[in-house]
Each structure stands twice: as structure tokens, then as C-alpha cells.
Design a protein around this ligand. Sequence first.
Ligand code: F6R
Length: 364
Amino acid sequence: GKDGYRHYMEKELHEHPVVVGQTLQRFIDPTTHRIVPLNLPFDLSSIHRVSISACGSAFYAGLIGRYWIENYARIPVDIDVASELRYRNPPMEKGGLGILVSQSGETADTLAALKTFRENEQHIVSIVNVDQSSIARQSDYVFGTVAGPEISVASTKAFSAQLSVLACLAIALARAHNKIDPLQEEEMVNHLLELPSKISQIFVKKKEIQQMAEFVADAKTVLYLGRGSFFPLALEGALKLKEISYIHAEAYAAGEMKHGPIALIDQTVPVIAIAPSGPQFDKIASNLQEAKARGGRLLVFTDQAGAERLQTVAEQCIILPEVDAFVAPIIYTVPIQYLAYEVAIKKGTDVDQPRNLAKSVTVE
Ligand code: F6R
């Protein structure tokens, strides 16, 4: 049942902290705070190219995974939506690593991507939530997310569990390639281990998220902006909003605004920014100034320091716990999805069963 929540989606949103904790437990040694030996059927140090493929939200998790693997392990990563991989037909050197990300493990396009990886003699690992699924069965190695059954059509907790696995895999690759030392590994792991309690703190922001939702529910179109590893979260936010509230939304890397989309902005367009303070903050702050100057109404997810800096430009800031930049995308996932949920409530849509959608897409 829904355990007293209004919808499965709300219940599953509240499972984020537990699911992240359970998934991390599978890959982290509780005494050494290092990633456990993975017993893969190949050597991670032999991997010099990674390809990721997935659909929808799982694809956005993959985009964040690319960011981590390239940044920490310094291995080049290719990523394609699964429905396009075989048509782009990218050259793959034998012995590369192909990663599939799928909650259901039954998505036909993702299964087709797996076949493409197989034809190209890639080592195939999958990040799936359903152990006995087709994608899991056909992979060389399965990283199980421990999210439990996800009933709501819109994916929530599976996404943060996928990110948790990708973060651990990035650390394992970085270690195998001598890009981090044991101390750095322990530090990164410690940041991950802080997540469940930090994510729990987000639910006290419910009233503020509902207030933001009020504003978004009146809009015809919404823009989501982010930079770096937060750009995929902007995509995730826009997808969730479209999917369950039927409000049109688009996401842009904040720096792209001035190359066209800024023409859309007027007083009726909420601009939702994912902008924690950190290395990219100054840039996104100036992108937001530009949007504000054109009448855009800025709604910002940030931290205390970011909120102070954006005080005069933002219509509303939701202040999230301070976290290391490495794990911040996992924290910021939760309020972004929660906002879409609260907007859908205001629109009165069928949140758990949005129109035209099925939980598992088994046609190509
Ligand atoms: C979004 C959503 C979809 C799925 C996509 C992939 O909320 O649920 O975009 O993420 O259909 O599904 P899986 O992960 O089962 O392969």
C-alpha cells in the first residue's frame, strides 16, 4: 500500500534516503570506507573507453555517471539514448566497457543497445533494479540497485539508486587507474555515506516546495537550468514535470540560454535553476541575472551561501544542505522530483498513472 501517502510517487520519494543507503551498503566496506572488491569478469584497469546507454531518466543518470567517470577516473565516456545507439553506430574498440542503466531491466531500446555493445565485443555491465530481468540476464555483470519495487510510472527512488551505483563505479574505475589514492577514496566514500541523513533533511522543505509548485502550476512553459553535473538534473526536472503535470518544460545548460532560448523569457515563464555554490556558481549566477533582466522569474535550488548571493535576483530560493560537489547531484535530485509531484497535485492529474505512459516500455 501507500503507507498513508497520497500516491505511490510520494511514498517512493520518501524512500530516497533508505534506498541510497541500502544501495551504497552493497558497494562500500563499512570498516575501511573503501569500495568493496567487485569480482568483475574483467579487469577495470584494462578499460580505456566506456559507453553508456539508457532511456529517459535512466539516461540522465548515465549523463551524471559520465561526468563522474570522466572527472575522477579520467576515462573517456560515450553516451547515447538507447533508441539511437545503433543508428549512430559509433566505432567501439573491442574490450571497452558498455554500461546499461535501467530500472525495469526490460526496456526494449536498452536491450537493443545491449545487443549493439555485444556485437562490438564490449564488456557489458548493467545497473538494474529488477534482478531477474532480461537486461540483467544478458549482462556480464549486474550492479543491482536496491530500490525495491517502483510502482509509480514516474521514476524516483530508482534514479538516486542508479546514481549511487554510478558514483561507486566511478570511484572503482578511478582507483583501478591510479587516479585517486586510498585517502581520496575514503573521503569520496565518506561523502556518499553522509547522503541518507542529508537527503532526509530535504523533506522538512515540503511547505517551501509546495509554495514553489503553486507558482509553477500556473505556467504554460517552464525552463530548467543547470551547469556541469547539474545540467542532467535540469533535464530530469523538465522530464518529470512534463510527464506528470503535462506542463511543457525544457532544460538547458545555463550557458546556452544566450544562444537562443532566452528569447522565450517573459514574466510568465518560471526559470528553475539548480545552482549550489561551487566552482560554476559565478557563471550560472550571471546567466540568472540575464534571465532576470528579461523579466524571468527565478526559482532556485541552492545552498545557504548560494541563496545569499542570489537574494536580490531570485523570487524564491530553496536552501538545501551543504554537501561536497561530488555527491550534490544525488541530493538535488530529491527536491527536483518532489517539485514535479507537487505541481501535478495542483493540476489534479493522475500522478501514478500519467496519460499515454506505461511503467515499462517493451517496444522499440
Ligand atoms: C521517467 C521514466 C522513464 C524511464 C525510462 C527508462 O520518470 O520513468 O523515462 O526512466 O522509460 O525505463 P527503465 O529505467 O525501466 O529502462
